[in-house]
Design a protein around this ligand. Sequence first.
Ligand SMILES: Cc1ncc(COP(=O)(O)O)c(C=O)c1O
Length: 453
Amino acid sequence: MTSQLQTQNDQYLKEFIQHYNQRTKTSKEISQKIRPFLADNKASSLFSLPLKEISYPIVGKRSSGCKLWDVDGNEYIDFIMGYGVNLFGHNPPFIKQAIEEQLEQGIHLGVQSEIVGEVAELICELTQMERVAFSNTGTEAIMTAIRIARTVTNRNKIALFSESYHGHFDGTLVEAQVVNGTLKTIPMAPGIPPNILKDVLVLEYGNPQSLDIIKNHQSELAAVLVEPVQTSNLSLQPKEFLQQLRQLTKDGGIALIFDEMVSGFRIHPGGAQAWFGIEADLATYGKVVGGGMPIGVIAGKAIYMDAIDGGMWNYGDDSYPQAKRTFFAGTYCKHPLAMAAARSVLKHLKNYGFSLQQELNRRTSDLAAELNSYFEARKLPIKIEYFGSIFGFTTSPSFSTSEDSASSNLRQLLVYYNLLYKGILLRGNGGFLSTAHTDEDIKSLIQTVQDSL
Ligand SMILES: Cc1ncc(COP(=O)(O)O)c(C=O)c1O
């Protein structure tokens, strides 16, 4: 870089930081004030030395529809949407009312929820699964689905795929890395015991060779865990691979687990299973279905779900819960507020049918088409990928390798902060469209991305 260009860049950065600090003064103050007491990796994940003075999260005060206001009174169009939770925008009246009504009744945890059966039945109806259990987060749902699969198959090993995210339970926090020229599976972070690795195979998603590896290990595998379309790689939507995986797991007596935390109820009322026309043995849900309340759902074929309670039985005859059971618990499972919110979400989805998702998916694809043609016309090495109403920006590999990774990260962070400065909240490299976003909001996103680049 010429020294003149460097000086211009430095000057730009200095001025941008000043303006950003002025606009979000209170967020910065709060961040400093709470740091001694709050251990917060969300705040530290934004840290970058050149951008240290703007390395703080925006502090939210109020939200409604697709808008969010921070503690300095700045208005944002929110495309983070609770990391995929808020399919209907923030605080939609029908969910708010359901939560208020339940709050009035009380938050009793020690007895059965009056509406849990209705919620379970609605999930079964929409997803075509046979039985359902509730946890509080997606991570717990995944952990439980794996435990169920191990119980029913009497096997320990699971297979999962690189670049998938399945929450923060030790058993899935592993990754494949090339170490000294050979591919190795390693724990993803300190504190994860390496002995977990003996029970996890990490494979490449969409690669037919992964199917061969699964076949070679079929007698050891309890489950194959799959995020049908990875949030980190939205363009990879390998229907045929999934179909083959379904056949292979069926033949090998291996549980196929669909992690539908993001795709569930968003891509289609029946999630990725319905979208790809594939029946999994177990599927996990969360996010959208909780309507903003913490929830995790484990759903599946009765033969698997019976490991929770021993299976179906009736009064008045000699039936009893016969299936082999594993351990499952949680103080807050079937939380009354989460159940009330979930019932209102599911009824809403049922009333609208697939047209709700179809419309949202179409609007996302229009958004992507418009931005992509802008990028192409200007030969910008950026692309917007999408799956239903989830979208993400990717840069072409030739572009990323033309600079070192530190400047590439810095450039990406700068675009991110620039968008924030201009009132657009994104989830790192992309976002979620909700039914609350208007055509005007989408136009604003398009315009702001164009201006910021
Ligand atoms: C695909 C997927 N699985 C599991 C999880 C974990 O869910 P939770 O954060 O509710 O524990 C997430 C969270 O983002 C996810 O995206």
